[in-house]
Design a protein around this ligand. Structure first.
Ligand code: MIG
Length: 739
């Protein structure tokens, strides 16, 4: 193994319940010794193993690593938060812990609701709930990590099992929490902390992985619709963006590009020149992102079905026949993505699309969703059925198991197949994949969106805490459908949604079949003007967005952060979930209600300047702010230096745009990251990382790393209203000479 990162990749594969059963000789395993050292950083943690019932081993034991980084056994019952775990009747493992009244419950993946998940029962089982609202419970993802936020006593609890789980977070108001895991396999339980939130997230993402730097185009605006029905519509949409000078980097092809919705086919009638269309779009600065669903039509005339049958890739029932379920193409079979050979098979099929030049892959329906069978198991009513009574069987590394045992992995392993296939097809290029369903660690394989929201202000409001929680669970590139998927948007909603959405890490407008169109121009010139200005603001911030993804890679930090991430000592900040920080420097506080023109904004300590300019406001304070339709509803922190770009229309134009380093306040610092935005050369050191300082009017630029051959010659600096131009190439030469 070449370096630490690679070691981590290998370590994770073994640790996550993707496969390995907990091994029972931890102290002697050299791997685990290393593991303890690597993860601990500054964060203490405990790992608890519950072994499968059929094993003669003690049913559970706990391990902790102490200051000397040695594993030792700890007595159950003396763990922090009174953590304990045991096997209950039937196929249930139970984890119990104390939930002090002062603790908030953040994270837990994709939950419908605010930041704090406390005082309710949460079911984790991947579910296609296409009409979610307040009484919804399980959604598309299963990400079993909870942050118990309680000041200096904050912890993270990660229950590593892709089987269905039920988390009771003090629903009886008795200050107890519990997790029931419906499984006959083992479970690994990690308790990280006590530590501050950023440190907990750093440790959790060391354990489960981080999102690699995304390709630059995928930081831009994407336009989607179920469905743009044919080639000429897609071409027209792209041209419309360019004619109207509204920035956009990708158009999405939903299920209608295929022949009868069959994966790895293209409709001859509606997309006769699919490849030509993609290359023409490319010339205009657009990528095409096609959808790929897991269900393969059970038919002798379907090449994927034939090849898949030959290679035995489909999940089988206990009778030994391939399982058949209904989805878009009709009666379908489902690849067993937990198997590596099946992921490879899928990767070979995907080549068909990569060869045609698609910009990435959008994975949908991978809970897996089945028509008429949205939820195969309800843990509030049932016991885990015997493997033979589950819908179908799958192949875990230790052998055949019931589908429910590994259901949480289905979407993640499908996205992994797409991620790895794209990397193989285009070695050295960054990968874009988007998935609806996923599990803990799925952040390694790209972006997520939160499924079928509605064109409601309610869903705009909730996107903020929901995406913050998903981000705390490690998913850096996340977003919701801007404008809302179901129901009809209108001009005001769309504007307000873009005012928030320009700060979603994954930035896509998408709309359902049968709904009123909601492209940026759909509601007349006034709405279009406002949205154009907003999208441009996102593009002006691209260099900053890139820096935030670099930060995520270094520390696991999400892009959308709760205020308490940076202001942990501010007790008010702990309770704000209708505002967020976009990195450390931007505080976003958009309008989230119909017909509202003003809102209360909480500004923590420091000085804050409106992004579009205006009077500086000292915090901490609560103020009323009026946001016009075309205003960027954000404040910049004094002390920041933002890398800004002049407006442009697609990422292919970024390199030619002069960077303006805008200093906010007398003393400020910033960071400028430069690389090609497309390849993996940054992993070989081909990037620049500049540290910028402004101290009482004196400015300095110091390269922490110099490796990008195509660095721009000059950058502009703006401090105290004055602009000066600085030669980066001269600075780079002198630094190189000094070294
Ligand atoms: O049964 O592909 O969440 O984004 O447009 C619906 C059609 C299937 C659900 C996805 C949505 C997508 C739609 N899909």
């Amino acid at each position: 193994m070449r370096n630490k990162t690679e070691f981590w990749h290998a370590a994770r594969q073994a640790v996550l319940h993707v496969g390995s059963r907990p091994d029972r000789k931890p102290a002697k395993s050299p791997f685990r010794q290393q593991f303890a050292k690597a993860i601990v950083g500054r964060t203490p943690f405990i790992r608890l193993e519950v072994t499968p019932p059929d094993e003669a081993a003690p049913f559970s034991f706990a391990l902790a690593n102490d200051a000397r980084l040695k594993w030792r056994n700890v007595k159950l019952g003396r763990l922090p938060l009174q953590l304990s775990a045991y096997r209950a009747q039937g196929a249930v493992t139970v984890v119990e812990f104390a939930l002090p009244s002062t603790a908030q419950c953040w994270g837990l993946g994709e939950r419908y609701g605010g930041l704090d998940q406390r005082s309710r029962v949460h079911t984790l089982i991947t579910t296609d709930d296409h009409s979610h609202q307040e009484s919804s419970d399980a959604l598309y993802k299963s990400i079993p990590v909870l942050y118990l936020m309680d000041g200096a006593q904050s912890h993270a609890l990660f229950v590593d099992s892709p089987a269905p789980q039920r988390w009771d977070l003090d629903s009886r108001l008795d200050e107890r929490g519990s997790v029931e895991i419906f499984t006959r396999r083992g479970v690994s339980i990690y308790l990280l902390g006590p530590a501050p939130l950023p440190q907990l997230v750093a440790a959790y993402t060391l354990l489960t992985g981080r999102t690699p730097l995304p390709p630059r185009f995928s930081l831009g605006h994407q336009q989607s619709r179920w469905s743009y029905p044919d080639e000429s519509t897609i071409r027209a949409i792209a041209t419309e963006f360019r004619n109207r000078r509204i920035p956009c980097d990708a158009v999405v092809a939903d299920i209608d590009y295929m022949e009868d919705y069959r994966a790895f086919t293209i409709s001859r009638e509606r997309f006769p020149k699919f490849e030509g269309m993609i290359s023409d779009l490319g010339a205009q600065g657009f990528k095409l992102i096609p959808i790929v669903d897991p269900g393969i039509l059970k038919s002798r005339r379907d090449a994927t079905y034939v090849a898949g049958t030959h290679k035995d890739v489909f999940c089988r029932t206990v009778q030994g026949d391939p399982f058949v379920g209904k989805v878009w193409p009709g009666k379908c079979c489902f690849p067993d993505f937990v198997r590596e050979d099946v992921r490879e098979f899928w990767g070979e099929r995907l080549r068909f699309l990569f060869d045609k030049g698609v910009g990435g892959i959008w994975n949908d329906m991978n809970e897996p969703a089945l028509f008429g069978q949205q939820r195969p198991f309800d843990p509030s009513k049932q016991q885990l059925p015997k493997a033979s009574d589950q819908m179908f069987l799958q192949t875990a590394p230790e052998g055949t198991v019931g589908h429910l045992e590994v259901r949480g992995l289905y979407g993640m392993q499908m996205a992994r197949a797409a991620f790895e296939a794209q990397l193989a097809a285009r070695p050295d290029q960054r990968v874009f994949t988007l998935t609806r369903s996923t599990y803990a660690g799925g952040q390694r394989y790209g972006a997520v969106w939160l499924g079928d929201n509605k064109s409601w202000f309610e869903h705009l409001r909730l996107s903020i805490p929901m995406l913050m929680n998903v981000g705390l669970c490690g998913f850096a590139q996340s977003g919701v459908d801007i404008g809302g998927f179901g129901e009809n948007a209108d001009g005001e909603l769309l504007i307000r949604w873009y005012q928030t959405g320009i700060f979603y890490p994954f930035f896509r407008n998408h709309c359902a079949m049968g709904q009123r169109p909601q492209e940026p121009w759909a509601f007349g010139p006034k709405v279009e003007r406002a949205i154009r200005k907003l999208i441009r603001a996102r593009y002006r911030l691209t260099r900053y967005v890139e820096r935030l993804f670099v930060e995520h890679r270094e520390s696991g930090a999400p892009l959308m952060r709760p205020l308490a991430w940076h202001y942990p000592d501010d007790s008010h900040a702990w309770h704000v979930s209708d505002q967020f920080l976009f990195g450390e420097d931007l505080l976003v506080a958009p309008i989230l209600n119909r017909a509202q023109r003003e809102r209360m904004v909480y500004l923590p300590e420091g000085c804050w300047e409106p992004f579009d300019g205006g009077a500086v406001i000292p915090g901490p304070t609560q103020i009323v702010v009026r946001w016009g339709f075309d205003e960027v509803p954000a404040f910049v922190r004094h002390g920041a230096i933002l890398p800004l770009l002049p407006a442009f229309e697609h990422m292919g134009q970024l390199e030619q745009r002069t960077i303006l380093l805008k200093c906010y306040g007398q003393n400020a610092s910033g960071r400028l990251w430069l690389d090609d935005g497309e390849s993996l050369a940054y992993q070989r050191g081909e990037y620049d990382d500049w540290q910028i300082q402004l101290r009482s009017g004196r400015l300095s630029l110091d390269p922490r790393h110099l490796g990008y051959a195509k660095r721009p010659k000059r950058v502009l600096i703006e401090a105290a209203g004055q602009q000066t131009s600085i030669s980066l190439s001269d600075l780079a030469t002198t630094t190189a000479r000094r070294r």
